[in-house]
Design a protein around this ligand. Structure first.
Ligand code: FAD
Length: 290
């Protein structure tokens, strides 16, 4: 097996084009178990972990640019102020060892419906920056997930980074699993209050063939918040609004029974997560916290 080690982004793209069968690898926390335990035998690996800048991030005015090879440990330490839900999702991933190696680009590359970053990227309306020798594409997260472990990347494209809008209001991410650490989500949920745009974003994980947006729940809550002038008058949210939002989130799921949980439990737990996340966010909003 060839081990390709580009030292620049341009070299990585050229190697990708010259070796179409090579599999990109960043932290290896998804890929290596597939090679060790599932018989995956690529002819070559394209190691992105030495490409400068890919592991960092940049402040771009209203946006954060996050390099594809940024690890969970780094996101947790550095992005809490401007991307609180992404930091919360990073904290929920695996163990310290996995968080030290695993990257956001690897989460997107695998595109597992259970990946912890995805609900946040949907709720915040992030954009994925991908590139090949043919040029660059910006793909909205809401168009990136095409099927179970299938994403919108063309075969010659690499993920360079992501653009995540800086938080303008409270955000939450939470997940249910069979224990608190080292656990694949049974269900997960993210919500972001986009205060400046007077809009709410949602993302559901591990309860469908892909990560999902709860579109009807977003539309319902946006309409209620506007009709009741809740954004400006900063009034507490009545219980029935939170309950209806949670019902609509639960209804947006497309879960199946599997060895981790039944479809019914997934729907139920999502409703609980959604109701709690909205209450926590709104309490923070009333207190003026971002
Ligand atoms: C014990 C254990 C616990 C885990 N717990 C969690 C968890 O709680 N939550 C969670 O979400 N995940 C979890 N994972 C899965 C994994 O750690 C994450 O998905 C992680 O983000 C993968 O990142 P990586 O850099 O290691 O990816 P890699 O294994 O290097 O790559 C994963 C896939 O992405 C592709 N890829 C990587 N980078 C790029 C790029 N820049 N462009 C194009 N394709 C690319 C690779 O070709 C491969 O197909 C766990 C894994 C293990 C082994």
């Amino acid at each position: 097996m060839d081990d390709l080690r580009p030292r620049s982004w341009g070299e990585a793209l050229a190697m990708r084009a010259a070796h179409p069968d090579a599999l990109p690898v960043a932290g290896g926390t998804d890929l290596m178990p597939r090679m060790n335990l599932a018989g995956l035998r690529p002819t070559a690996l394209l190691d992105l972990s030495r490409v400068p800048d890919l592991a960092g991030w940049e402040d771009r005015s209203a946006w954060l640019w996050i390099g594809a090879a940024m690890t969970y440990t780094a996101m947790l330490a550095e992005l809490g102020e401007h991307a609180p839900a992404l930091a919360a999702a990073s904290r929920a991933v695996g163990s310290p060892q996995i968080r030290n190696r695993g990257t956001i680009g690897g989460n997107l590359g695998t595109a597992s419906p259970a990946g912890d970053c995805h609900p946040v990227l949907l709720a915040t309306r992030a954009t994925i920056e991908v590139e090949s020798p043919r040029g660059q594409r910006l793909i909205p997260a809401r168009e990136f997930y095409l099927g179970p472990r299938r994403n919108a990347l063309a075969p010659d494209e690499l993920i360079r980074g992501l653009l995540v809008p800086k938080a303008t209001g409270p955000q939450q991410f939470s997940k249910v699993g069979v224990r608190n650490a080292m656990v694949i989500a049974v269900s997960s949920f993210a919500v972001a209050l986009h205060r400046d745009e007077r809009r709410v974003g949602t993302g559901i994980g591990s309860a469908g063939p892909t990560p999902l947006v709860a579109g009807a729940a977003e539309r319902y809550l946006n309409a209620e918040l506007t009709a009741g002038d809740y954004w400006d008058r900063k009034r507490p949210l009545p219980g029935p609004i939170t309950s209806r939002f949670a019902e609509l989130v639960s209804a947006a799921a497309e879960p199946i029974d599997d060895l981790r949980a039944t479809a019914g439990y997934r729907r139920h737990s999502l409703g609980v997560l959604a109701s709690r996340a909205l209450r926590w966010c709104w309490t923070d909003y009333l207190k003026g916290h971002r």
